[in-house]
Ligand binder design. Sequence first.
Ligand SMILES: Cc1cc2nc3c(=O)[nH]c(=O)nc-3n(C[C@H](O)[C@H](O)[C@H](O)COP(=O)(O)O)c2cc1C
Length: 170
Amino acid sequence: MDAIEALLTRRSVRRFDPDRPVSPETVDLFLRVLFQSPSAGDARPWQFVVVDRRETLRGLAAAMPKCDMLETAPLGVLICAEPAREKIPGFWPQDCAAAAENLLIAAHACGLGAVWIGLHPVADRERAVREALGVPPEIVPFALIAIGVPAETPPPEDRRDSSRVRRNSW
Ligand SMILES: Cc1cc2nc3c(=O)[nH]c(=O)nc-3n(C[C@H](O)[C@H](O)[C@H](O)COP(=O)(O)O)c2cc1C
């Protein structure tokens, strides 16, 4: 699958085959992809936590409402910011979002499904993940990406809306 096809066909997947783990090679590839993401001033203010222990994933599902996808996902990747690493203050949410999107596309391109679980700026979710995974105070849990072999296949959607596109001026 080329990059354009991956971008145009990716959908959020929220049900996975719990018995098919993501291989260590694929997890390594995802980490390469994450560190390859763009960041303001090339600061790379990220910290990542790879979660593949079933009990821990279940604990995260129990700690947050509407996170049932973590009941079946064999893998979660927590994307965190370490704001002290920033070179241009204020950009860390965008740096983390770029990494999250890269990971979603990489998972889809590998034939896996994934969904972005938003944490920051929802204080209850940030706290739940901080407590469940022991994230230290200077680190901000930004998003958790649930990944696995899909047990559902949402179809691609064409969402173009020409009424919101202007050319050369508003
Ligand atoms: C910042 C952000 C936070 C999100 N948080 C959640 C979430 O907590 N739970 C969830 O099921 N999906 C979450 N999503 C996924 C969106 O619901 C999904 O991308 C959107 O409905 C479009 O569907 P698609 O991903 O299939 O194109 C989030 C997406 C983004 C970008």
